[in-house]
Design a protein around this ligand. Structure first.
Ligand SMILES: Cc1cc2nc3c(=O)[nH]c(=O)nc-3n(C[C@H](O)[C@H](O)[C@H](O)COP(=O)(O)OP(=O)(O)OC[C@H]3O[C@@H](n4cnc5c(N)ncnc54)[C@H](O)[C@@H]3O)c2cc1C
Length: 427
């Protein structure tokens, strides 16, 4: 059996590795000269920056991605360091007046910051929502109803801004709670040694060792369909036949490749639903410093900043991601769809946040990267993902345009790939 994979992002490489391991003849087509999509490294001034991700797996060595990698035979060390999460709050709790300064508190100690009544309330909501998950509203609406305090909006915006590049008002409450459940189940983040490329390179090795071929600088321009099935693709003007196609470029771009005049049942609805998806956007600011800026290998959530949602310093886990004696720190901020035309202003606000957060510390801004449209943070905002199947039975979509439920970023990609494989490899 032959499989064609469109796109060599993490979703495409995971699928290609799994299929090649299961005996498929695999061809991966990648339009760029490099593989890995938004999950590989960019060497820059001796630092290992990245094309997208912040070199972090949301559930570290025990999450869905780590499990899938192990299943495929990819041996990459993923390190989870304590503290997982630290939260930066004003010294005088609830006070947004910065003259009091800030303090960093461990997530595990966060409960102790609340009154006894609020702690009891929180435990009640954690238990009751696990039994009867809320539905039909945004996470923020749920907070307003049940935990109506400034810090709850700030913290949920910081968390979802960091994890999904969305505001809590744009996260369906079902997805929010599925994510919390997964955090509880799989645990907190970890850093793959070697960064994103440590993983994508290892996947490339698996694909090649199983006889798979990766064609770089090869853009797929269209799909060939016959009797309601995909029979091949056109890449760089050449036709390639196949039994199945997995597309790692999201539902909107995939549906456009099929064309309109197919007469395939459900195609119009599929194309319409795909066109409705709004990719999530964000800004990443990469910093270099001689001394550590945040001092740990977890995430620093910044709910009281103007724009920055969170910061990590991966060199506290893998020093090889920076030149000797240097640290690499990355700040992420969500860009709301309404602010897409003001990127310069959003960047400025992010830089001001960093000056405040790291006041008195020395650092250099290495690179500022913005992500939207065709190179977004997420092709499909979490909670709105269409499933992996399409109206064409042998055409699947993988990657962050078709994540599994409650799966943050690459964990959602792994869940989506697992769902597709269950379907394909059992048939
Ligand atoms: C700033 C930022 C920070 C992030 N941080 C994290 C993080 O810390 N942890 C985490 O888990 N996730 C993070 N993410 C998300 C994560 O990087 C992405 O979800 C993931 O890399 C997407 O992989 P993918 O396979 O879906 O798609 P992509 O990586 O986009 O791969 C798709 C590939 O298809 C190629 N392609 C497109 N069209 C064609 C065509 N017609 N023919 C051939 N090839 C084509 C593209 O060139 C690309 O290489 C972050 C993303 C961003 C932008």
């Amino acid at each position: 059996m032959k499989a064609i994979i469109i796109g060599s992002g993490l979703g495409g490489l995971l699928s290609a590795a799994k299929l090649s391991q299961s005996g498929y003849e695999v061809d991966v087509f990648e339009r760029l000269p490099i593989v890995g999509g938004r999950f590989t490294n960019i060497p820059y001034k001796g630092f290992q920056l990245s094309t997208g991700a912040l070199h972090m797996l949301p559930h570290g060595p025990t999450g869905p991605l780590a499990q899938l990698l192990e299943e495929i035979g990819v041996n990459v060390e993923i390190v989870r360091r304590k503290p997982n999460v630290v939260i930066r709050i004003p010294r005088k709790r609830g006070d947004t007046d910065y003259k009091y300064g800030h303090k960093d508190i461990l997530f595990e100690d966060f409960r102790t910051q609340f009154s006894l009544l609020n702690r009891i309330k929180l435990i009640y909501y954690i238990v009751s929502t696990r039994k009867n998950p809320p539905t039909g509203q945004s996470f923020e609406q749920w907070c307003r109803k049940h935990l109506d305090q400034d810090w709850t909006y700030r913290l949920s915006d910081a968390f979802f801004g960091w994890a999904l590049s969305l505001k809590a008002a744009d996260v369906p409450v079902e997805e929010g709670f599925a994510i919390i459940e997964n955090l509880y189940h799989y645990g907190g983040p970890g850093v793959p040694m070697g960064g994103c490329k440590g993983i994508t390179n290892a996947l490339v090795n698996v694909i090649r060792s199983n006889g798979g071929i990766i064609h770089t600088s090869s853009e797929v321009s269209s799909l060939i369909t016959e009797d309601g099935k995909v029979t091949g693709v056109i890449a760089e003007g050449k036709e390639y036949n196949t039994d199945i196609v997995l597309s790692d470029i999201g539902h909107p771009a995939t549906s456009k490749m099929i064309g309109e005049e197919t007469g395939i049942l459900g195609m119009d609805k599929y194309a319409h639903n795909a066109a409705e998806l709004k990719p999530s956007a964000g800004i990443k600011i990469c910093l270099s410093s001689d001394k550590t800026l945040i001092g740990h290998g977890g995430v620093l959530l910044t709910p009281y900043a103007k724009r920055v949602n969170g910061i990590n310093e991966v060199t506290n886990v893998d020093p090889s991601l920076a030149p000797e004696g240097k640290h690499l720190t990355m700040a992420h901020q969500c860009v709301h769809w309404n602010d897409m035309d003001n990127l310069e202003k959003e960047i400025q606000l992010g830089l001001e946040d960093l000056m405040d957060i790291f006041a008195g510390k020395e650092y250099e801004v290495l690179l500022i990267q913005s992500y939207s449209n065709d190179w977004p943070v997420n092709r499909s905002p979490s909670g709105a993902d269409l499933k992996n199947k399409t109206p064409i039975p042998n055409l699947y979509v993988v990657g962050d345009g078709a994540k599994g439920k409650g799966g943050i970023e690459v964990e959602g990609i792994a869940l989506g790939v697992k769902n597709s494989m269950q379907d394909l490899l059992i048939k």
